[in-house]
Ligand binder design. Sequence first.
Ligand code: ADP
Ligand code: ZN
Length: 710
Amino acid sequence: MNEPSSSPALHTLQSVFGYERFRPPQQAIVEHLIGGGDALVLMPTGGGKSLCYQIPSIVRPGVGIVVSPLIALMQDQVDALRQNGVSAAFLNSTLGLDEVREVEQQLHRGELDLLYVAPERLMLPRTLDLLERIPVSLFAIDEAHCVSQWGHDFRPEYVQLSVLHQRFAHIPRIALTATADGATRREIIERLALGEARQFISGFDRPNIRYRISESSGNAREALLRFIRNEHEGEAGIVYCLSRKRVEEVAGWLQGKGVTALPYHAGLSAQIRQKNQQRFLREEGVVIVATIAFGMGIDKPDVRFVAHLNLPKSLEAYYQETGRAGRDGQPADAWMLYGLQDVITLKQMQAASDAPEHIKRIEHHKLDAMLGLCELTSCRRQALLRYFDDELAAPCGNCDTCLTPPQTWDATTAARKALSCVHRTGQRFGVTYLVEVLLGKGNERIRRFGHDKVTTFGIGSELNQREWSDLYRQLIARGLLAVDLEGHGGLRLTDASRPVLRGEQPLHLRKATRKISLKGGGRKAGRFAGQGEGQLWEALRQRRQQLADEQGIPAYMIFHDATLAEMVERRPETLAQLSGISGVGEKKRDAYGEAFLEVLQEYLQLEAGGESDTEEETLQLFRLGMNAEAIAAQRGLKPSTIYSHLAAGIARGEAALKEVVALEAHQLEAIRFAIEHHEGGKRLKPVFEALEGEFPYEILRCVQADMARS
Ligand code: ADP
Ligand code: ZN
């Protein structure tokens, strides 16, 4: 499939990584480095930064040194490279002395193409001396924004990296980041002495991410569960919440509903955090419920959704957090619910913070920009990109406002009433109270304050309680009302509200949508909804999981979703055809090709077989490597039905008992004994009871079938 390629870089891309062609900026960057130049690369998450230094490291003589602050991920990065047959290692504080020695030996022997190293380890005189004595192909400084003191990820050790320029002047350096505005970029250049470096700045757009934002109608958890079940059943996702307490509560609740949801926040022990993160990386379909403590440097490519149950503080945070979805370029959702309380809480937190005034002003603007995105009635992607000084000429067609244009209404009169009510009641009450006054609720508190006598009492019958509080949220979001500093949620008028109050400025607002519903009902759960393709997709995923489990690595290191999806679409039948699929390099073709072709062949036979009877269909899926539960889910049948098909298969010698049920020798012994002593299990109930209900009927039936055969 791959044409003989002229350049060594392209050859490496194809034979080692299994990709057909470079993405536009990659090629220029790779060639610039191979030619010995320095580079500063700004590329959005998922853009493909890693290859920009991996390929030159392989092509140039010597070892490529990758500086990264993300120690926890180095093992995974190295494992992923080794899967592709690249010789790589890492050096950080997690290694024992012997392991460090071993890596140093490999360096001396010139065996490594890539070495990942923590910045503090690199700065040790011992390490620098060693590197001066061996050929180094390049230095890559990943997460380069960590040199910036103004960013949230500042690492003091990063500042010392300018040493590289002094001590290794002739070795090319590349600094990479996904999050750098103009100021941070200048800081990177200055602090890392990259004045001579060529800059490669890519646009910010992540076209495969679908942005969706909706007002919470009170039960955010339910809405989240519906979203996961309808659109992302069995897929990996991240749910962000504002507080630890909320994280625990949401994770526990989702678990109760059958979702594999794990909590992650700074209050958990390092051990538990590590464990949950590992499961998220290694298992399929794990949902992490987290505070923002989770995510920095999470390289998992197949995160299919990022959900926010609270409003992020800024568009930078929103963009960075949602950016963790769909790094593999496949469709992914950025889904958010927010409500009045979010707006009030965040405004209060800001008001109460003791940051200096100029910082507070910046934070204030950032929150307003975030709120602006939420209340928008035009394309969200255009607005988001504009904020980052990036232009998108036309509406994107892949955000909720593009797909289901929100309706607007003339809120001028209602807004005047709402603002006036704030004024008449003395600018110190919260939304609930104000709405009660507007609706004319004659309760004790209102009478005590004499607010049943004000002109706005009972003038709001055209809207209900919900609609009024929606309106207040939008007025706050637009800066027409401010939240009090004392933290009681009292509202006061701002200067911006005067023209509206006086009726000089019309106001058009978006109508509440309540549910996040999309045209055509959104995407179906799982990638391939169609019966046949769905089965093949599931079977390929299961095979991938088996292979991953055997090695104790994450499934995506075997193949990414995109690679499996292409297998479903193209149905390769030979190793050569399989090589033509994106993501299948030579090493992986040799290691896993046969295993996947086997699944594909089984499937083709199944398809060719046409209408098979139901028992046969179960057995065929079973041979594809699916277990009874998976087959039941796939076929929409009860597991007990599937077990009866499998039992019949066992009786005919077409399926092996030990592959159908997992029983220990002594358990099997006990069941056999019970069946023998109850008329060979002519009726299973007495057997079941004799075993005190320890084994379900399904298992008894299979064991019985196995005994009947032998
Ligand atoms: P970043 O570090 O910029 O977030 P990665 O380097 O992790 O991005 O790459 C994101 C995904 O894109 C990975 O799954 C990677 O294998 C894939 N990828 C990168 N370059 C290419 C390419 N030229 N063709 C196909 N897939 C690519
Ligand atoms: Zn759009």
